[in-house]
Ligand binder design. Sequence first.
Ligand code: ZN
Length: 398
Amino acid sequence: MHMRKGLIGLLLVLQASGVFAQDSVIMARTTGQLPFLEYGIGDDRLGGAKIGYLDSNILVKIADSFNTDYKVRLSAYHSAYIAKSSVVLLSKQVNRPVPHNPHLSGHIKVYGDSASDYVVVNLDERYPYRSFQLLDPSRVVVDIFGITSNSNWIAQLRTAKEIKNTWYEQVEDDVFRVYIQLKHAQHWGYSLSYDSTGKRLVIRIRRQPALLDIRKLRIAIDAGHGGDNPGASGVTSNISEKDYTLLMAEQLRKTLKAAGVKNVFMTRTADTSLSMPERIAMLKAYDPHLLVSIHLNSAGSDTIQGTSTYYRYIGFRSLSMAILDRMLTLGLKEYGNIGSFNFALSGPTDYPNALVEVAFLSNPADEKKILNPKFRKAVAQKIYQGITDWLNIVNSKP
Ligand SMILES: [Zn+2]
């Protein structure tokens, strides 16, 4: 009842403004920094569960309106939610609205350049998509919504080094699914965007580095919080999380440099205020091989303690597990390895990443450790060893 009212209300407003004829559908295009789709209207301290980020200027069909979100229809059986601030309603009717007259896919090209592999899917519009990772065998899967196949060939060139196979499946009338099988067991990330023609979806696949030597990798470190965002505070000392994440991040940078890693990037090196989209933009520009985010945990009860690592995508889980294994040798309790975690910096699919919640500032025993410079040095050493362990594991797989 409420849903119908929402849609009718929106239609009435737009009709009254003379924007839409009575029988038209409301179309919109994504806009702004990092628009993303959500599964539902659920919310918690991390925001609603995300399907994934979208490129800008992507065509979506508005189905309903809620407080701060629109419900968008992706295909006959799939809808999603998007922040109203992430779309611009179109004043002109689009001729063939998704999904009633599905658009067609064209041919697919698979190739590589000196740095990466690419799968390019020819389309006639910028359609919404979602993607996910599979393991054993390692695959990247991309669903393009509102599309019916007219893809009659897939050109696969030998310049592609990481992609073993590419094929598609029309999984529903208007959902076109592209499978990209990788040569290596480990996922090293991928990026989705439309190219400058605006109508070709480009899936960039990161290759496994030729040499799995930590010294040759570009490593990014994010010190949590900063500036006007202090994070949690110590239960007895009242210290701010932002100061101690920075101390540990700097210690990790020193440890990596001492180990011979030349390229280390820090999202902040001072008490700087940085939004999550700003951090993500910096990281994407740096294009690291991997990212480690450092935070300190906090809970409502001071008896909760321990160390934990987090990942969002299953293909990146192995990095967070290797780091946790090493962190547990510091005498910390195990709080766990947590997946599908809706932390903003775990959201990008572009590079393997792990969030380390070193210990609980809200627990007196953990806090005491955090205050100890020797402990912080040991944390940096353990994260470094976790990364090298992970590289050895990756190297041991085909
Ligand atoms: Zn934090």
